[in-house]
Design a protein. Structure first.
Length: 220
């Protein structure tokens, strides 16, 4: 594996497998970034235009985008807004050979993780990439957690879902039984089943899980 002179291995752990997308119409810069990132074991896919990037099938692995803010006939800042609207929420690192403070501020306000004027230090880029990949890994983990909760919630019976909303409200079993015209023991059984399906070990944890999933308190 080729090593790039002038930089030390990044000290930040990089999640694997992961992928970095590079978009720059400067071939020499694309090659330089490919070699730099591959030198620390990161998979790289590079493109000369945003059209090429959009057409490429995206990986579900932790990812980030290194994007030249000034491409021929294209605007990186506009693209960042468009990519967010499309539902592709990956961290973006901007770079430019014509950067100024105003452009940097616009990039950061648009959600850029970092901004690099060319030329940049290899180590600075590697550290920023590592942080961006960790950020995307956390996002993917959170989305997976929500998907798991959604599946668990769907598995609840209608009665268990109703009782869960009352539990989030803070009502005790006796109060829920009164509201639903059930025996208290029946409420206890349904609540226990809901806790098991939602992998909650206590009522407090069940409430936290429910709220994280977006279940709001139900009025009595």
């Amino acid at each position: 594996m080729q090593r790039i002179p002038g930089h030390a291995p990044t000290s930040i752990h990089i999640q694997a497998p992961s992928i970095v997308y590079v978009v720059d119409d400067d071939n020499s810069m694309r090659v330089s970034l490919i070699n730099l990132l591959r030198s620390v074991g990161i998979r790289v896919e590079a493109f000369a235009s945003l059209r090429e990037f959009f057409a490429y099938p995206k990986s579900e692995a932790p990812s980030c985008l290194i994007l030249d803010i000034r491409l021929r006939g294209e605007n990186g800042l506009t693209f960042q807004k468009d990519i967010a609207k499309s539902g592709l929420h990956i961290p973006a690192l901007f770079m430019t050979g014509y950067g100024d403070m105003e452009m940097c501020v616009k990039a950061m306000k648009a959600g850029a993780v970092d901004f690099f004027p060319k030329p940049f230090r290899h180590q600075d880029m590697l550290d920023a990439v590592a942080q961006a990949l960790q950020r995307d890994d956390a996002r993917l983990a959170a989305e997976q957690s929500i998907a798991t909760l959604r599946h668990a919630y769907i598995s609840l019976t209608q009665r268990e879902q109703q009782i869960l909303t009352f539990v989030v409200t803070g009502l005790m079993n006796k109060q829920i039984a009164s509201e639903m015209n059930l025996r208290e023991i029946a409420v206890k059984v349904h609540r226990g089943n809901a806790m098991k399906k939602m992998s909650a070990r206590s009522v407090a944890e069940l409430v936290r899980v429910a709220e994280a999933f977006g279940i709001r308190p139900q009025s009595a």
